[in-house]
Design a protein around this ligand. Structure first.
Ligand code: GMT
Length: 374
C-alpha cells in the first residue's frame, strides 16, 4: 500500500483500508516516506517500510518517485507481495509501473492497482506538466478504482481514456464511528454548554475546502442561536479563517483544534457538520460524521450527491451560498425532531451503503481479479 501518509483524505482511506485488510488476516506492507498518521505501529499484520530519499547537492529536486520505485521493487521481492495498491495517481502509479518493470527483468510478476481520489485528477493531474504522465500511470495500471462515479466520469473525459475504472466508494468503520451515549455525556461539555448547539468542520484547510465559508456560515448561525464550532485540522487557510472569525466577532465561540488523530471521538459530539467545499470527489469527512449521527450541510459538488440526499440525510447548497447554509442549519437546529430524523437517516446511509463490512470485500474481490490477471 502506498499513499501520502500526511493529513488528507487519500492517506486516510489507504490507511483505514490497510487496517481493515490486516484485521481480516492479510499481510499489509505500507511503503511511504513516513508512517501514515492513523497507524499506531502496533497493529498485527501491518508492516511499514520507510522510503528515504538521499539528497545530493546536484539534486535540486530529490527524486522521491525513483526512491519509491526502488523500495517498492525490493519490498515486493523480499516479502513476495501479490500486488501493489497505490493511492493517488501522482507519482505513485508511475513509481509502481517502474517497480513492476524492474521486477519483470527478474522474472517476477507484480500487478498494481491505482485508486484515484480527486485532486490527483481534478487539480494536479490536469496541470499541463503532469497530464501526460498521469494518463500514462492510469493506463499502465493493471486495475484502476475511483472513489465515486463522478470521479470516474471526470477521469475518462479529462484524460480522454477508455481505461475501465471500478467504482469503489469510500467507507467508514461503523463500529468505531458511532455515537456512544456515555462518551457523549462525558465529553460534550468540554466543547459546548447544554444550551449551545455544536457544529464541526474537518479538513486540511486547503483553498478547495473554503474554510472561510465555514466561518461565515457559523457567524450567521451564532447570531441567531447560542452555538459553538469545532474546527478540526490544519493547513494553509487556517490563519485566514482565524482572522475572519475575529473580524466577525465569533473567535471565542470557535475551538481551533488543529490536527487530531482520534476524530471518531470528536465527531459524535456535534449536532451538524459544515462542508462547503468548492469540490469534493467524495467527501470522506461527511461520511465519517454521518456514521456518528451527524448530518452534513454541504455543497452539491463532485461526488457529494452520491452520499448526501438533500433533505433526507443532509442538506445541499450551491458553492458560496453561506446564507442558504446558515438558514438550513438554523431550521434544523430549531426542529429537534427533524434533526433527529436526519441524524438517523445519515447513520443508516453510512451503515447500509458505505460501511467497511460492505466495501472491503469489494476491494478483496478486485485484488483477486487483478492478481489472477483477469
Ligand atoms: O481534499 C482532501 O482532503 C485531500 C484529497 C486527497 O486526495 O488526499 O481528498 C480527496 O480524497 C478523499 C478521499 O478519497 C475524498 O473524500 C475527497 O473528496 C477528495 N478531495 C477532493 O476531491 C477535493
Amino acid at each position: 500500500m502506498t499513499c501520502y501518509p500526511t493529513y488528507g483524505g487519500s492517506g486516510v482511506v489507504a490507511t483505514e483500508l490497510g487496517i481493515e485488510l490486516a484485521a481480516r488476516g492479510h499481510e499489509v506492507h505500507f511503503i511511504t516516506y513516513s508512517q501514515p498518521f492513523r497507524l499506531t505501529g502496533r497493529e498485527a499484520n501491518i508492516h511499514f517500510h520507510e522510503v528515504s530519499v538521499t539528497n545530493y547537492p546536484l539534486f535540486e529536486y530529490p527524486p522521491y518517485d525513483l526512491a519509491l520505485a526502488s523500495r517498492m521493487a525490493e519490498v515486493a521481492e523480499f516479502y513476495q507481495l501479490d500486488l501493489l495498491h497505490v493511492h493517488y495517481a501522482i507519482p505513485h502509479s508511475v513509481s509502481a509501473h517502474l517497480a513492476k518493470e524492474m521486477l519483470r527483468t527478474r522474472g517476477i510478476n507484480l500487478p498494481f492497482i491505482t485508486t484515484l481520489h480527486g485532486t490527483d485528477i481534478t487539480l494536479v493531474g490536469l496541470d499541463r506538466s503532469y497530464l501526460p504522465i498521469t494518463r500514462f500511470g492510469i493506463e499502465q495500471s493493471d486495475g484502476v478504482t475511483a472513489i465515486s462515479q463522478h470521479l470516474a466520469d471526470r477521469t475518462h473525459k479529462a484524460f480522454n481514456t477508455e481505461k475501465p475504472i471500478e467504482i469503489i466508494h469510500n467507507f467508514v468503520n461503523c463500529d468505531l464511528y458511532r455515537r456512544d451515549p456515555d462518551k457523549y455525556k462525558a465529553m460534550r461539555p468540554r466543547f459546548a454548554n447544554e444550551d449551545e448547539k455544536l457544529l464541526v468542520h474537518l479538513s486540511n484547510f486547503r483553498p478547495v475546502k473554503r474554510v472561510n465559508d465555514v466561518i461565515e456560515t457559523f457567524a450567521r448561525i451564532a447570531a441567531k442561536t447560542p452555538a459553538r464550532l469545532m474546527m478540526i485540522g490544519d493547513g494553509p487557510d487556517r490563519s485566514s479563517a482565524e482572522s475572519l472569525a475575529m473580524q466577525l466577532g465569533v473567535f471565542r465561540q470557535i475551538h481551533f483544534l488543529g490536527k487530531q488523530d482520534n476524530v471518531s471521538e470528536l465527531l459524535p459530539l456535534a449536532d451538524l457538520m459544515l462542508m462547503p467545499s468548492e469540490m469534493e470527489s467524495f467527501g470522506l469527512a461527511a461520511l465519517e460524521a454521518m456514521a456518528c449521527r451527524v448530518p452534513t450541510i454541504a455543497t452539491s459538488v463532485g461526488g457529494v450527491p452520491e452520499l448526501i440526499d438533500h433533505e433526507e440525510n443532509g442538506l445541499l447548497y450551491n458553492v458560496g451560498d453561506v446564507d442558504g447554509m446558515a438558514a438550513g442549519a438554523l431550521d434544523l437546529l430549531a426542529n429537534p425532531l427533524k434533526l433527529d430524523m436526519m441524524a438517523l437517516a445519515a447513520r443508516r446511509t453510512a451503515q447500509d451503503r458505505f460501511c467497511s463490512t460492505r466495501i472491503i470485500p469489494r476491494y478483496e474481490a478486485f485484488y483477486e481479479l487483478i492478481a489472477d490477471g483477469l
